[in-house]
Design a protein around this ligand. Sequence first.
Ligand code: SAH
Ligand code: SF4
Ligand code: F3S
Length: 457
Amino acid sequence: MKQVYMETFGCQMNVADTDRMELLLFQSGYLHTPHVEDADLVLINTCSIREKAEQKVFSLFGGLKPLKQANPDLILGVAGCLAQQEQTVLMNRIPFLDFIVGPDAVESIQQIIHRVELGEGPIVWTEFDSEKNYSIPEQPLIKDPGPSAFVNIIKGCDKFCSFCVVPFTRGREKSREAGEIYAEIRQLVDKGAKEIVLLGQNVNAYGKRGLEQPVAFHELLYGIADIKGVERLRFITSHPMDFTRELIAAYRDIDILMNHLHLPVQSGSNRILELMRRSHTTEWYMDLIAQLKSEVPDIALSTDIIVGFPGETRQDFEGTLKLMEQVRFNNSYMFTYSPRPNTPALEMADDISHEEKQERLQQTIQLQNRLTEENSQAFLGQEVEVLIESVTSRRGMSFRGRSPHYWSVVFKGGEDHLKPGDVTRVRVEEANGHVLKGNWAANRHCSARSDGGRGEL
Ligand code: SAH
Ligand code: SF4
Ligand code: F3S
C-alpha cells in the first residue's frame, strides 16, 4: 500500500476534515504514516485565522522542498482555510504543489488524487458546495474514537464578524440532518466513546438552514441525550446571539449536558463590539450569563478575547478586563488582533502598535491566570467526577481526564481497577494553573455505568 503523511493546523473542524480525508484516502489505498520521509502523499491541512497560522504553513513547505526534489513522484497537497483563501499565492510561492483542496471539497479528495496520479496536476478544487445537503456518507470507522469524540453538526458561518475569515473560507452555514448525526453517535458509542462533543464554528445556529427535516439545536441535544451509552455531552463554539431560552432550559434539564459553556465575547466595549459586527452588547452578554446562572448556578464559563482591535482605546480595553472580572471565566483564549484578507476590518486602520497589543495581551493573560487560580481553589479537598481520557505516568500520576466543568484532572491511584473511558471520582489535593491534581477516591468508584451517567455514584 502507498502511504500518506498528514499534518493539521487550526481548529477541531480541521481535525475532523483530516480524519475524513484519511478515511477516504484509506479507501484509495493510502495507509497513514507518522513519518514524512516514508510518504508517497503529503497533505497539510491549514488554518488562516491569524497571520501566524499562515506563516507556519509556508515555513513547513520550505522543509518539504528537498523531499520533493529527491522524489519527484511524491504528491504534495494543501487543504483547509488557507488553501481556500490563498490559492494563487500558494501556487506561486510553492510551485511544486500538486493540488489545493478547500474545506468544502474534502469529499473530493479521492478524485483529486486520482487525477494527480494520472498526471493532470496541479489541481485547484475550491468550489463551495452550496447545493448538496450537508451530509457525511456513512462509513465504517477506521480509528478508535477514544473516550471523547467530536461530531460535526454544522458547517460554515453566516455571522461575518468584521475581523474573521471563516465565512469566506468555510462558506455559508449549513446544518446536517439529525438522523445522520444520531447514526454517527451510535456508531461512536458502539466503538467505546463515552463523551460526544458537537462541533461547528457557530454550533448553536444549528437547524436554521439546510435541513430537510427541521430540528432546533436544543431538540437535537434532547435527541442525543436519549441515545443509550452517551454519558457526557458538550458543544463548541456558540454565538451569544443564537443562544435561546430553550437552550438555557436544556442545560438545566439534560443531566448528561456538562455544566460548561464556551461563549466567546471578544470585547467588553460596546463600541468595539459594534465595529466587530458581533451584533451583541456587553449588557446582552451579561444578561444571558445571569439567566443561565439562575437556572444552572454552577455553570463554568470560558471565552475568546481579541485585544488591540482597530480603534480600541485604553478605556475600551479596560471594559474587557472589567467584563472578564465580572464573569470570572475559568479559561480564556486570548489573541491580539491580526488583520486578515477579505475581512471588512481591513478597511479600518490597524492603529494599535505591536507593543501596545502585546502589553494588553499580557494584562489579559495575567488577569485570566489569577481568575483561573482563584476558581480552582474552590475544588481543593472536594471530590470531582472524572472521565478518564488517558493513562499518564508524568509526575507520579496514573490517569488524566476531565471534570464536568472541563478542568483537566490528573490523579494517582486505581491502576488495577481503572482504564480510559471509565468515569470515576477524584479527591482534589492541589490546583496548578489549569490542572487539578488529586487521588482516586477509591471506594466510590463504579466503572461500568448502566444509567447513562444520570445517576449518583
Ligand atoms: N466561531 C467562534 C470562533 C471563531 S475563531 C466565534 O464566533 O467566536 C476562534 C477565535 O479566534 C475567535 O473567537 C476570535 O477570538 C479569534 N480570531 C478570529 N479572527 C481573528 C483575527 N483576525 N485576529 C485575532 N483573533 C481572531
Ligand atoms: Fe468568525 Fe464570527 Fe463566524 Fe465566529 S461567528 S466564525 S468569529 S464570523
Ligand atoms: Fe482556522 Fe479555518 Fe478553523 S481559519 S480556526 S481552520 S475554520
